[in-house]
Design a protein around this ligand. Structure first.
Ligand SMILES: [Zn+2]
Length: 153
């Protein structure tokens, strides 16, 4: 866990990832008093952590954009799966490796924020907007180097 998210990361992003890693995000499936446990985004499946971040159809396009941009082939359908993939394949200190870590933590954070905006303010999920926020975050953190490495988007 720590090895993956240690560098570069924003505290807000790290905190959301920490909550996800420890199963502590208050998704609907965890709220026993709630009768409605359907996903805030798709209203189709139960809102579990793995569903809302990895499996929900609403976030698939965003996943596709991020995976395409950062050349991440493996499908990641659960948090554990993402962790395993990063440990096995995406270690290192290259700009691309750092960009992947940054993007993943930013994505978890922004999906969760978007879920809350959707739940409490009725705002629709905008995957393209989230994708742009992730990119801006990565470029701001890694700077000129990243611009050269990741230009081929
Ligand atoms: Zn859903």
């Amino acid at each position: 866990m720590v090895t993956i998210w240690q560098r570069d990361l924003q505290p807000a992003h790290t905190f959301t990832v920490w909550l996800l890693a420890h199963g502590r995000l208050p998704v609907r499936a965890r709220q026993e008093y709630l009768e409605d446990r359907l996903c805030t985004f798709c209203r189709h499946d139960e809102e579990t952590m793995d569903h809302i971040f990895f499996r929900c159809q609403t976030v698939q396009q965003l996943w596709g954009r991020v995976r395409g941009w950062l050349q991440m082939r493996p499908q990641m359908a659960t948090y554990r799966c993402m962790l395993r993939t990063f440990r096995r394949q995406y270690q290192g200190t290259s700009t691309l490796a750092r960009a992947r870590h940054l993007a993943m933590s930013a994505m978890v954070h922004h999906i969760w924020m978007a879920r809350n905006y959707s739940m409490f303010e009725g705002k629709r999920f905008d995957g393209e907007l989230v994708f742009r926020k992730i990119q801006i975050h990565v470029f701001r953190t890694l700077g000129v180097l990243a611009d050269q490495v990741l230009r081929h988007e």
